[in-house]
Design a protein around this ligand. Structure first.
Ligand SMILES: Nc1ncnc2c1ncn2[C@@H]1O[C@H](COP(=O)(O)OP(=O)(O)OP(=O)(O)O)[C@@H](O)[C@H]1O
Ligand SMILES: [Mg+2]
Length: 596
């Protein structure tokens, strides 16, 4: 590679313009040299022999004439065993080690190896000498956490290779040559346990893309039952400040039914990030009984780090997700918040003096957001195993206005939309997902007709509530009032979920299916009350029992007692079942497990 050199001709915030001699390509990494520091940067525009670079560090002190070295390499991440459990910044610097080296205030220009080259990994070969392999095919495995990490043919080795040699089972470091591959011309290529891949290029080593259809259970009732997310699908959580986006993502990162979770904290407040970092290692993953951190990677760029690094963190996160997908694992990527990333894009676009689009966001905002979410998917690998990347991103629209460009661009591409409402979070109705504004295109854990029936009650309940605000309770008929009470019941015992209750915080699908049937039965029952006051008192009591029922351990004694009490209370008050619901309820019981 010919080293291209250049010198700074202008500095504009986090962007420098550089005149260079030689060849430079888009997204290539360059280093701006200031005193004895080398500041990592990325080429974002080339015009003749002048290029613009976004600098991933504070640009203080850079002056015209400063030397710039171009690396010839794209902005890339290192992939190999040892990624799980790490906390990285957007450039894949391990943050704890960086803090150790540079002290409390991170120094700029310090870059560390993402993976330890000293750690030994117990390698078991899988391929044999003479095997014919392609990129991403498995050479062998090493145990990492509770997974078998596949050591694969590097993704950038296009073509077919013959295994010329492969190491016996034993302990090796990531930089040891683990195998030698012979290409079609007979050239020998040594392969190590780690390799790099450019973050902005989707990993495309798979046989075919499949349709995301199986639900990715989150154990949040409102999501799994009403607005489900599919494995390999995409969803977004837009919500005003403080409406519970981050808390919802944290719950999901703990309980979602996936193998690996990658959290990209992008431009969040530093305090919040520190909390996550402290909390995570202490949480126990109930599936493995080990620390949750063992199956988690955190990529973290706080609001106090330069904006360009936010962009990098989103791409770094999705590339790591794709890497583990190649091992036949289900990966969930949670990005919080994509608005901060979009703001970074806007800032750079402004510096480049591009023609601005809506609200000064660049015209390519939509296509950039789309191509990020398009990296989600469920794929069949060459060996027939299935891997998936599911992406969930939060959006923080100013003032909670969902009409703004980032929310709009996002909802065009995602498969589910969990809109948080200020009204609900102010009323402390958590999770504050709005049951009317939200939607999902995916199939959930419960049959559609049942969900529709319950949802209709909710809608009619809200309508009656609105009407009551105008005409008062006296002006409302008893029948309408009962619909309102039923709507309130679904809201308080099913939509809302107490994330601080040991039992109610996360509800397994079997239990959701089971209690949803109980609730449907109540909704479909026709009740008679002498007046509204009696109706309200009765429903209040029922709601309290149902909340206690939700809070008791699945099918334990208390659970069964409360269930019997609820059923008896309903039976005593019911005059029969709504005719239109009979169809839904009857097969419901018979096919309950089929829905599962
Ligand atoms: N599921 C929940 N259960 C109980 N309380 C919650 C829940 N979700 C949010 N809260 C409360 O709301 C507060 C704000 O939540 P959170 O930090 O998640 O909001 P946010 O939407 O991420 O805000 P920002 O836009 O500022 O990032 C929390 O500190 C907590 O007190
Ligand atoms: Mg937040």
């Amino acid at each position: 590679m010919i080293d291209t050199k250049g010198s700074v001709v202008a500095v504009n915030g986090n962007m420098v313009s550089v005149r260079f001699d030689g060849a430079v390509s888009m997204n290539e990494v360059g280093y701006v040299k200031v005193a004895d520091q080398r500041l990592k940067s990325e080429v974002i525009r080339i015009r003749g022999n002048v290029s613009q670079l976004q600098v991933f560090e504070i640009t203080k002190g850079i002056t015209v004439g400063d030397e710039v070295e171009f690396s010839g390499d794209m902005l890339a991440v290192e992939l190999g065993p040892g990624l799980l459990g790490q906390v990285y910044d957007g450039l894949q610097n391990p943050l704890p080690q960086l803090a150790e080296k540079a002290g409390y205030f991170l120094e700029r220009g310090v870059y560390l190896e993402p993976l330890s080259d000293q750690k030994e990994w117990a390698f078991t070969p899988q391929a044999k000498v003479g095997d014919s392999l392609e990129r991403a095919d498995t050479l062998g495995t090493v145990p990492e956490g509770s997974f078998l990490h596949r050591i694969m043919v590097p993704f950038n080795l296009y073509g077919t290779y013959t295994v010329a040699s492969i190491k016996d089972a034993g302990s090796y470091k990531i930089k040891d040559t683990i195998a030698e591959l012979k290409d079609e011309k007979g050239t020998i290529i040594p392969v190590k346990m780690s390799f790099t891949w450019p973050v902005k290029r989707p990993v495309d080593c798979f046989e075919e893309r499949l349709m995301p259809k199986d639900p990715m259970v989150t154990r949040v009732r409102l999501i799994d039952t009403f607005f489900p997310v599919a494995r390999g699908g995409t969803y977004c959580i837009p919500g005003p400040f403080g409406a519970g986006k981050t808390v919802l993502q944290q719950i999901t990162s703990r309980f979602a039914d996936v193998d690996i979770v990658i959290v990209a904290a992008c431009g969040e407040r530093a305090g919040e990030v520190v909390e996550t970092l402290k909390e995570f290692p202490e949480l126990i993953d109930e599936r493995t009984g080990r620390s949750l951190m063992e199956r988690t990677i955190i990529i973290c760029n706080t609001s106090s780090m330069p904006v360009a690094a936010r962009e990098a963190s989103v791409y770094t996160a999705v590339t790591l997700a794709e890497y583990y997908r190649q091992m036949g694992l289900n990966v969930l990527l949670l990005a919080d918040s994509t608005s901060r990333w979009a703001q970074a894009m806007r800032e750079m676009s402004g510096r480049l003096e591009e023609i601005p689009g809506e609200e000064a966001f660049p015209a390519y905002l939509e296509s950039t957001i789309a191509s990020f979410y398009e990296r989600a998917g469920i794929v069949k690998l060459r060996d027939g195993t299935i891997g998936s990347v599911t992406i969930g991103g939060t959006v923080s629209p100013a003032g909670g206005n969902f009409e703004e460009p980032v929310t709009q661009a996002t909802l065009k591409v995602v498969g589910a939309f969990h809109g948080l409402s200020r009204e609900r979070s102010d009323a402390r109705k958590f999770p504050a997902i709005h049951p009317m504004d939200s939607w999902s295109k995916y199939k959930g854990i419960i049959g559609e007709d049942k969900v529709r029936y319950a949802h209709a009650f909710m809608r009619r309940g809200i309508e009656v509530e609105q009407m009551m605000k105008v005409v008062g309770e006296e002006g409302t008929s008893l029948d309408d009032y009962i619909i309102y009470l039923k709507g309130e019941l679904i809201d308080s015992v099913y939509f809302q979920q107490n994330s601080f209750d040991a039992v109610d915080a996360a509800v397994k699908p079997e239990r959701q299916i089971y209690t949803f049937d109980k609730l449907l039965h109540i909704l479909a029952s026709e009740f008679k009350f002498p007046d509204k006051n009696e109706a309200r008192i009765w429903f209040n009591r029922l709601r309290q029992r149902f909340l206690d029922y939700n809070g008791s351990a699945w099918q334990d004694e208390r659970f069964n007692t409360l269930e019997k009490e609820i059923e008896e209370a309903v039976k005593a008050q019911s005059q029969g079942i709504d005719k239109s619901a009979e169809k839904i309820l009857a097969p419901a019981r018979a096919s309950g497990s089929q829905d599962n």
